[in-house]
Write a protein that binds this ligand. Structure first.
Ligand code: FAD
Length: 463
């Protein structure tokens, strides 16, 4: 098994040569900090809306080598989050976001086709499946009979014949993608449209510049090699968002890890899992799994460590202990993989918001906005967020500039060091409790009590 911090997807797609860093001062209409999906889709949306706009993307490393290039490739709508969105924003606003999110799933497919980017886009339902009695009823509150439907145990096993599957639910609109092919394709098409992208250019400060009394205010993004002065700014740095003072207490960062099998087309065929469906189990620290175009099974677990502050790298990227636990779960759900090789393993940071919903927050003198808090579900929602961000940056007053996730009532996470210490203890207890439940038993009483705590306190610390 190859442990690779950058993930197999990136190796498979062939990362493009890096672009030069910013080495001078530049003026722009919109400056975007971060070259993952959020930043790149925002650049695309701005260029679509205003073809003459001067757009600059500043990326600390290389576009797409963060989570956007190495995620599980679940391109989901927000319908499974419908109950959370309703709780937060009410029925009408929640419905508006959910419906627009289906539009994003389709828009990514249409974009790939129109731009001739082969990102392995494949439409297929997304299932949440119970793998133990304690998981029965997971996501049942999202069932509306139209966008999300309930599945009997037999219907669930007809999609994929794992012996541990019980009932489940299916969100009808969804797709899977090859994440790095999508990220690198976007980067290339943006360059073709004249968007200026500087890599190896970490932004160390973003400040507002009020300009002269007779000139409008601006946003200035500073890097070691130069500054970008723009009319509007977008911060799209995901797990690093907590480095902004304004967002310090708005998110935690944990890690998610993936194991990828060698090609196993015979196993996939025997499971009857030939429809490309993306599946998660009903755990709070969830497992997620899908097939790939080249006949592999990709299997992830969101139970990795918490990061201190907004730090990423290290065991956020590859944690051998978490990889081993993920591999064990893969074999429990798919015993037919016994004797088959795990070819690759990797991980990455997840920006967890206390509501488990992404948010867009106004920064720096009202001329910059940050999107964060995707909580492990940003592939589809980042496209949707880009629509809001582009509208805000261009001063438009359309629906995406007014969606309910813009400046929602702030919800804070506990301050550090309580944040990491508390969440680490709770997550470890939850992992023990969920493993014990899958084996038909219960963990020790202290772990069970701790595992029940977040729900009792109304906290969404995972999933
Ligand atoms: C292992 C794993 C599996 C996942 N699976 C799924 C999945 O199947 N489906 C799903 O929906 N979501 C999944 N996610 C989450 C998803 O990948 C993210 O929500 C999404 O990619 C976020 O995109 P982004 O552009 O906001 O952030 P990122 O992709 O993290 O991009 C942010 C960029 O900002 C750059 N940056 C940071 N600081 C600075 C700075 N100071 N200056 C300039 N640039 C900076 C970074 O280098 C990075 O390139 C997964 C995540 C991980 C880690």
């Amino acid at each position: 098994m190859i442990h690779d911090a950058h993930g197999w997807w990136i190796a498979d797609a062939g990362a493009p040569a890096p672009l030069p860093a910013l080495a001078e001062d530049v003026d722009a209409d919109v400056v975007i900090v971060g070259g993952g999906y959020t930043g790149l889709w925002t650049a695309w949306e701005v260029a679509e809306a205003e073809p003459n706009a001067r757009v600059v993307v500043l990326e600390a490393d290389r576009c797409g080598v963060g989570p956007s290039g190495r995620n599980g490739g679940f391109l989901s709508s927000l319908w499974l989050y419908g109950p959370l969105l309703r709780e937060q924003y009410g029925e009408t606003q929640a419905r508006e976001l959910c419906e627009a999110s289906v539009g994003s799933v389709r828009a990514v497919g249409a974009w790939c086709e129109a731009q001739e980017v082969d990102a392995w886009y494949r439409e297929a339902p997304h299932l949440v499946v119970s793998c133990a009695p304690a998981q029965d009823g997971a996501s049942a509150d999202a069932v509306d009979g139209r966008e999300v439907v309930a599945l009997t145990p037999a219907e669930t096993r007809a999609v994929c014949g794992s012996p541990v599957f019980r009932g489940g639910v299916a969100a009808r609109s969804g797709a899977t993608i090859h994440p790095a092919r999508l990220a690198f394709g976007l980067r290339e098409r943006l360059l073709g449209r004249g968007v200026r992208i500087f890599e190896g250019s970490p932004v160390r400060a973003l400040r507002s510049d009020r300009g002269h009394p007779d000139a409008p205010g601006a946003v200035v993004a500073e890097t070691a090699g130069g500054r970008v002065r723009a009319a509007a700014g977008v911060v799209a740095v995901n797990g690093a968002s907590g480095r902004l003072r304004r967002l310090r207490n708005r998110l935690t960062v944990s890690s998610s890890h993936i194991v990828l099998t060698e090609p196993v087309p015979d196993v996939i065929e025997a499971l009857g899992w030939t429809g490309g469906e993306a599946i998660t189990d009903g755990r709070a620290l969830l497992h997620y799994f899908r097939t790939t175009r080249d006949g592999r099974i990709l299997f992830g677990w969101g139970g990795g460590r918490m990061a201190v502050g907004a730090r990423t790298g290290g065991r956020m990227d590859v944690d051998p202990g978490v990889v081993e636990e993920t591999r064990r779960s893969l074999h429990r759900i798919f015993p037919a993989l016994a004797g088959r090789r795990i070819a690759h393993a990797w991980g990455g940071p997840i920006d967890v918001s206390p509501t488990h919903l992404p948010a867009i927050v106004t920064l720096t003198g009202g001329r910059a906005w940050a999107a964060f808090g995707y909580t492990g579900n940003g592939v589809g929602p980042s496209h949707l967020a880009a629509r809001s961000l582009a509208s805000l940056a261009l001063g438009r007053r359309d629906a995406p500039a007014r969606w309910a996730w813009i400046d929602p009532p702030p919800k804070a996470v506990p301050p550090e060091p309580l944040r990491v210490a508390g969440a680490t203890v709770l997550r470890a207890a939850l992992a023990r409790s969920e493993s014990a439940a899958e084996a038909g038993g219960r963990a020790d009483p202290v772990s069970e009590a701790l595992a029940a705590l977040p729900e009792k306190l109304g906290l969404h610390i995972v999933r």
